[in-house]
Write a protein that binds this ligand. Structure first.
Ligand SMILES: Cc1ncc(COP(=O)(O)O)c(C=O)c1O
Length: 428
């Protein structure tokens, strides 16, 4: 590695707008310029001869990219496909499942909003029953596992459990591998939402053996938008149709040889209507960037985890607060209790106010959320940040708190966003 991770790395390999300090990699990710440039080349390749690209080249490209990413998640490439994002993967699987009226789906209460909406859709349209597993973000992993066990004990006819590797807001590492085992031992299918998975935590699907797993590539792998990977256990593959169902559809009842069956999932997701496949196609360049420029997956994980630990200490000290971290598993995102005593009825107003100020006035973003009436802030320690950037983040939080105080007295004036640049590396 020629340039160390942090600000110098950001300036050399990423293309952020001047003055922007992206402290929220967790929501949308950000890709290095050379990967975005590779993506542009792939778009040109498609437009140079669309019929050859979409009818022939795409299938070979998809296979090579699935083979490439299979090492990262430790799975057979036949069991992996690409989707534009984790949400599409979740929808493809859950909306393909042959639900019967009254079938039960257990879900963790930390579930991501879009996934919860998909479950609500199934509840309304397919008459499934949703069973919450109350996750206490202050509890130990063993206590949260016990909560899942208790729900499955109470509802032994549960068909599927919807789990997270790392929840979105607040961000905590869930004991997903143990939870998958708990489900398997009881004959309950498991879907693991690993949107924050690959690149954030070491993942071995061969060891964990979930029925379904998805992970975004455009978040913690630093891939370009939009790209996610979906894993489907071989015994479930004939049931899962792409979203939308497109030109390549093989009915689950059609008899195929084992060899033919093995190819159905890969082929049906390789071409899903006329669409942009360029992000998926950058997998090879992305893995090369991680290996050759970053020094490999372990070097990335070490930097992210180490920075998150130091940054969390700094943020907690400067904002006089505490973080939530009961998992004992290091990761790049940390969540702190937001240092503002506020009536929970005003939490959403404050979140709207603060988000607007972060993005439009202070050129940064620190996502806030409320969970069980507590207000939290999440930070992401990515390879293009260093400790100085978190000092800027602390400064921005303090500014927003001052703005909120003033807004209470002069609401109109403060609702006008002003695009002041955030001073970098200020001592807080
Ligand atoms: C836990 C979790 N699941 C799913 C998603 C959805 O990801 P995407 O918008 O890439 O589909 C997110 C996005 O942040 C997430 O945090």
């Amino acid at each position: 590695m020629t340039v160390p991770f942090g600000r110098e790395f950001r300036e050399k390999y990423f293309a952020f707008e001047d003055g922007v300090v992206e402290l929220n990699h967790g929501s949308y990710g950000a890709a290095p310029t050379q990967v975005i440039e590779a993506q542009m080349e792939h778009i040109k390749q498609k437009h140079a001869f669309p019929n050859r690209y979409l009818r022939y080249e795409l299938f070979d490209i998809s296979k090579k990219c699935r083979q490439a990413i299979s090492t990262t998640v430790d799975a057979d490439y036949h069991d992996l496909v690409f989707t534009p994002n984790a949400t599409t993967a979740v929808n493809a699987v859950l909306r393909s499942h042959p639900w019967q009226m009254g079938d039960k789906i257990a879900y963790l209460t930390t579930i991501y909003g879009a996934c919860m909406n998909t479950l609500k859709f199934l509840e309304e349209q397919q008459d499934v029953r949703l069973i919450p597993v109350e996750i206490d973000v202050n509890a130990s992993p063993a206590e949260n596992e016990a909560a899942l066990r208790a729900v499955l004990h109470e509802h032994p006819d549960t068909k599927l459990a919807f789990l997270d590797t790392v929840s979105s807001m607040p961000a905590i590492v869930l004991p997903w591998e143990n939870m998958v085992k708990i489900c398997r031992d009881r004959g309950v299918l498991s879907f693991v939402d690993g949107a924050h998975g690959v690149g954030l935590l070491p993942i071995s699907l061969r060891q964990a053996r979930p029925d379904y797993f998805t992970s975004n590539i455009h978040k913690w792998m630093y891939g370009t938008t939009s790209c996610a990977v979906l894993y489907v256990d071989p015994s479930r593959q004939r049931q899962v149709a792409s979203l939308p169902i497109s030109a390549i559809y093989v009915s689950p009842s059609q008899e195929l040889s084992p060899e033919e069956s093995k190819k159905v999932l890969g082929n049906s997701f390789a071409y899903v209507a006329t669409a942009d496949y360029s992000a998926m196609q950058t997998t090879i360049e992305l893995l090369k960037f991680r290996e050759e420029v970053c020094g490999g997956d372990q070097a990335i994980l070490d930097y992210q985890n180490n920075l998150a630990k130091k940054a969390s200490e700094l943020v907690c000290k400067e904002l006089n607060t505490t973080d939530i971290d009961n998992s004992g598993t290091p990761m790049a995102m940390f969540t702190v209790r937001f240092p503002l005593q506020l009536d929970p009825k005003l939490h959403l107003d404050f979140i709207d106010f603060a988000h607007d100020k972060f993005a439009n006035k202070y050129k940064t973003f620190i996502p806030l959320a409320t969970y069980n009436d507590e207000l939290f802030a999440r930070f992401s320690a990515s390879i293009y940040l260093d400790l100085e950037d978190f000092k800027s983040g602390v400064w921005a939080v303090k500014q927003v708190l001052k703005d909120w105080e003033v807004a209470a007295k002069h609401p109109k004036e403060l609702l006008e966003p002003k695009l002041d640049a955030m001073p970098l590396g200020l001592p807080c």
